[in-house]
Design a protein around this ligand. Structure first.
Ligand SMILES: *Cc1c(COP(=O)(O)O)cnc(C)c1O
Length: 851
């Protein structure tokens, strides 16, 4: 290896500055090198520099000396891509050869986070790149910061999809992810006078170096029109769909690299484009404006992600999006991915389409239509295949979150699919009626078609009838799904319901987000834990090791200082590393109960200013919020305003200075999560029991050594069982108690009347203490709490405050706290999404690793 890069092919001005001779390049990590198939660029510092400069010069068309940070970022991204390319092509070649069974993950959302760091980690190139860029006078950290994350999801559901495809690639399981390449992802949140303001997320504006568009592989997706009956040449009566309009779906491929294992799976996101023919016809009619309008209309389909989380809106464009990506994906799989001569009767041996919530459920009638109308199968054959090719993951328990599409709209947009759904329903209800002796009440309860308030297709029912398996996302959620949401179906389809508890990828949420902790772990237990996370158990004895505890604490402090730097630069906020960092980051939703957190903060504040406690007697805390509200969700936006109002007062009141601080950095996303979570001491998971399906934020925190204060809900329950009661602050009503209280008649104001400290907190808000004396601004929030409080924040208030008092006291015992934090890390290995994937494979997919 030469000391300086060979730059013969490049302009002299791009010779890296080498005033002092560069240190000899370190040999790179051997495992990654050994796994790089022939054809990858040389894995040496010099080899890297050559590739990087080539991309800068010939790809970006700039000299190093005149290049912008963005030029350098794009050149680096493309260079790193080269290292993955041979593995990607090899993965595709082997898959084509073996035709091993794989997963097609259908998801309307992928909340991917930044790609560069993950690609560097997967290739094992980080050190080489850091050194090589150093020789060019370029700082890797600055280039990483240049990347705008693809925010193609709202929150947990989209992030889950991203974790799952990472795990499948790392476990060498064949998987193709299908979704939508939204031109605008989740909005960028800013605050103006404490209120949320949404801005368009132009994530593509500075270039998209990770995607590979393939316009030549476009699929056509049709809509509207009508259906006809006809007799085919064999005398068989058939239906056909005479569509009214169509759009082109252009695939954009993304690499999904496994962690240093030589495998690269594919994520295929579709972009909508007007078809030439469609344009041309109108254009030829001489109506230029109409031609342009048609183009805009078509391209609107993949223009923007709907920012609703847990509350579907039933908008026509949303149904267009769903059908657009599912139809393109199924056609792509059947007509392009499968070999030409593939016998579709064997489809279930080759693929399982996993439905991430109900958003892709229109794929069920679509596959039926393809098999019957296009491939000329008969109904029974097609239905037998379809039932084996789909499985459905339910993500909610809230009735308002169960998606329905009005028959009117669906019939207008997808008339053939409505026919197919009706027939599926007819045959299904016939079986129900037969089995239950004509029990008409049950038949109407189980109908895929709801009659009230309007005729509508219940997508969850359709998915349940068609799916080989239906799973919930945490033990409690799966149980409630069977007992409360779909009990008739559980009875009718024994064995269909199962659970797979969610997980998170430790590559992104431990290794990339928390390098300091990762190093400490590896020092203690060696390598290998990153792909076998249960090995974190080996850390347990270290909880008793004083030196290890000191180092663990230093890691936490280091992460708080890192967060401080990020927030100073981003928002001008400072974080004191001696404070207990109390963090609630997740979408703003009433069921998640950010208001309960606010009531705690106001209570602490009130205790100090009223003189009830001396400032010196409370544990200094910094509260951090991160939360976007759906733009049309009024009360959620009011709550954001309230949090900012409380922050503005608390942070400027000398009486609580150095004791209480409230920070709400705007635009919570994956990038911010990666900085906030590793710094946290306390993880707020305070949903009303029975409302949060699983949560995955809770898992990220536990794995990064935060203790949880949480209700008996979702995956909190499994976290507590694993980490132990002593290392978890449990509070609040249990799910059956919640049900009992609803049944009895919940009167929130009675809690207000009977708990003086709750009354004082609510009165402070109502009297305008956090709104410059204005009593109107937060009246909707106060009114909602006192007279509605659907999620029982007031009922859980006392238990929450008492649990928080215990937290404050516990944090003062540094050693005991650190011990608990270490045990949280050591006992949370179960929450790796690798384990989730193992369970999906065993219980649902039956797709063994391929190579
Ligand atoms: C993990 C994650 C979520 C989900 O958080 P919950 O607490 O489970 O709701 C949402 N948004 C982002 C950016 C995440 O990383």
């Amino acid at each position: 290896m030469s000391e300086n890069p060979t730059t013969d092919d490049f302009p002299v001005n791009d010779l890296p500055e080498t005033g002092t001779p560069a240190a000899p390049a370190k040999p790179k990590a051997t495992h990654a090198l050994a796994l790089a198939p022939v054809g990858s660029p040389a894995s040496s510092v010099d080899g890297f520099v050559r590739e990087f400069l080539r991309e800068l010069n010939y790809g970006q068309g700039v000299a190093l000396s005149t290049s912008s940070v963005n030029d350098q970022y794009l050149a680096l991204a493309r260079t790193v891509r080269h290292y993955l390319m041979a593995r990607w092509l090899e993965t595709l070649r082997r898959q084509a050869e073996t035709q091993a069974k794989g997963v097609a993950y259908l998801s309307a959302e992928y909340l991917l986070g930044r790609q560069l760091g993950n690609a560097l980690l997967a290739t094992g190139l980080t050190e080489i790149v850091e050194e090589g860029l150093g020789k060019c006078g370029v700082d890797l950290a600055a280039l990483r910061a240049q990347e705008v994350e693809p925010g193609l999801g709202n929150g947990g559901l989209g992030r889950l999809a991203a974790c799952f495809i990472d795990s499948l690639a790392t476990m060498s399981v064949p998987c193709i992810g299908y979704g939508i390449r939204y031109e605008y992802g989740i909005f960028r949140q800013t605050f103006v006078e404490g209120r949320q303001v949404e801005q368009a997320d132009s994530w593509l504006a500075l270039g998209a170096p990770w995607e590979f568009p393939h316009p030549e592989a476009a699929q056509i997706v049709t809509f509207g029109g009508h259906t006809e009956k006809y007799t085919d040449t064999d005398g068989v009566e058939r239906s056909r769909w005479v569509a009214g309009w169509k759009v082109k779906a252009i695939p954009y491929n993304y690499m999904v690299p496994g962690y240093q294992n030589g495998r690269v799976n594919t994520l295929r996101l579709w972009r909508a484009q007007a078809t030439d023919a469609f344009d041309l016809k109108i254009f030829n009619s001489g109506d230029y404006e109409e031609a342009v309008r048609a183009q805009t209309f078509a391209e609107n389909i993949s223009k923007v992600l709907y920012p609703e989380d847990s509350t579907p809106q039933g908008k026509e464009l949303r149904l267009q999006q769903q059908y657009f990506f599912v139809s393109a994906s199924i056609h792509d799989f059947v007509n392009s991915v499968l070999p030409k001569d593939f016998d579709l009767h064997k489809l279930p041996d080759r693929i399982i389409f996993q439905l991430n919530d109900t958003h892709p459920v229109i794929g069920v009638p679509e596959l039926m239509r393809v098999l019957i109308d296009e491939k000329k199968m008969d109904w029974d054959e097609a239905w037998a295949i379809t039932q084996q090719c789909f499985a459905y993951t339910c993500h909610t328990l809230l009735p308002e979150a169960l998606e329905v599409w009005s028959v009117d709209l669906l019939g207008r947009l997808l008339p053939r699919h409505l026919e197919i759904i009706y027939r599926i329903n007819e045959e299904f209800l016939e079986r129900v009626s037969e089995r239950f002796d004509g029990d008409q009440l049950r038949v109407s309860r189980m109908s895929i078609i709801a009659e009230h308030p309007e005729r509508a297709v219940r997508m969850a029912y359709l998915a349940t009838v068609a799916g080989a398996k239906v799973n919930g996302v945490a033990e409690l959620h799966s149980q409630l799904l069977r007992d409360k949401v779909l009990p008739d179906f559980d009875e009718f389809f024994p064995g269909k319901f199962t659970n797979v508890t969610n997980g998170v990828t430790p590559r992104r949420f431990v290794r990339l987000a928390n390098p300091a902790l990762s190093e400490l772990i590896t020092d203690a237990i060696g390598v290998g834990w990153l792909t076998d996370l249960e090995r974190l158990r080996e850390l347990e004895p270290y909880a008793e090791d004083e030196e290890f505890r000191d180092r663990f604490r230093e890691v936490k402090a280091h992460n708080k200082r890192r967060l401080n730097r990020v927030l100073v630069e981003r928002d001008g906020f400072t974080v004191d590393d001696s404070h207990l960092l109390d963090v609630m980051v997740k979408r703003l939703h009433e069921y998640k109960r950010q208001t309960l957190k606010v009531l705690h903060i106001v209570t602490e504040y009130e205790r100090i200013i009223s003189g009830e406690v001396k400032p010196a007697d409370i544990t200094p805390r910094t509260f951090i919020f991160g939360a976007k509200a759906a733009p049309g969700y009024k009360i959620a936006k009011d709550i954001i305003h309230l949090i900012n109002g409380v922050g503005a007062v608390v942070n400027n009141d000398k009486r609580v200075e150095g004791r209480l601080k409230v920070l709400f950095p705007p635009n919570y996303n994956v990038t911010l999560a990666e900085k906030v979570i590793p710094a946290a001491d306390l993880s707020e998971q305070i949903s009303l029991a029975g409302k949060e399906a699983s949560g995955t934020g809770n898992m990220k925190f536990a794995l990064n050594g935060a203790l949880t204060i949480g209700t008996d809900d979702g995956a909190n329950i499994e976290i507590r069982e694993l980490v132990g009661d002593d290392n978890f602050f449990l509070f609040g009503l249990l799910e059956p108690e919640v049900e009992a209280l609803y049944a009895k008649g919940y009167v929130p104001s009675s809690f207000y009347e009977s708990d003086p400290s709750l009354k004082r907190a609510i009165d402070l808000i109502a009297q305008g203490a956090f709104s410059d004396g204005d009593r109107d601004v937060f009246a909707p929030v106060v009114g909602n709490l006192l007279y509605e409080d659907r999620f029982m924040a007031l009922a859980d208030y006392r238990a929450y405050i008492d649990a928080q008092d215990k937290v404050g006291a516990a944090y003062a015992d540094t050693d005991a706290w650190t011990r608990s934090a270490i045990l949280n890390v050591a006992r949370s290995g179960f929450f790796s999404s690798d384990r989730s994937m193992r369970h999906y494979i065993d219980r649902i997919w039956h797709t063994p690793p391929a190579f």
